[in-house]
Design a protein around this ligand. Structure first.
Ligand code: SF4
Ligand code: SF4
Length: 146
């Protein structure tokens, strides 16, 4: 069995925890919360550091120098990060689900994730080019298969 099936999230090593990330890039999209209803909306406006082809952060190791508000996802705060998409590997395991078959750890690469439309590849605009986030609300980040 693989480490994510035998080790609880809280007992994972830092290396295992980092490996869990599927690299979909959805968490790097700007989101809007409705003041009155608390409802969360995803937009296709991506953080300016996100590479829209690899779906990776261009400055991951020193990203806080450029984006101080970037969130670190940890074993301690995963329970409170309810804005993460349902397809997020951390959310899936935290809620008792399995990793999806398209997850790079299972599929062997990011190709199947991209093919299944589970990443942000080719779907985003740079946040710096967006005037009103409200005009860029999209539903596809909420999609989860399996
Ligand atoms: S949504 Fe989750 S799995 Fe996808 S890149 Fe963000 S942290 Fe990683
Ligand atoms: S700084 Fe990097 S990891 Fe953080 S939201 Fe932007 S692209 Fe994503």
């Amino acid at each position: 069995m693989s480490f994510w099936e035998t080790t609880s999230l809280k007992d994972m090593t830092t290396e295992q925890w980092e490996l869990l990330c599927d690299g979909c890039g959805k968490c790097c999209l700007n989101k809007i919360i409705d003041d009155e209803t608390d409802e969360l909306y995803y937009t296709n406006a991506a953080c300016h550091l996100l590479d829209d082809q690899s779906c990776e952060c261009r400055h991951y190791d020193d990203r806080f120098k450029y984006v101080p508000e970037c969130t670190v996802i940890t074993q301690e705060n995963i329970a409170s990060l309810t804005w993460l998409p349902d397809s997020c590997a951390y959310r899936r395991l935290y809620s008792g689900r399995k990793l999806a078959s398209w997850h790079p750890l299972i599929a062997g690469s990011k190709a199947l994730m991209h093919q299944n439309g589970m990443s942000v590849k080719d779907k985003t605009v740079n946040e710096n080019k967006v005037r009103y986030l409200e005009d860029n609300i999209v539903l596809w980040p909420l999609q989860d298969i399996e």
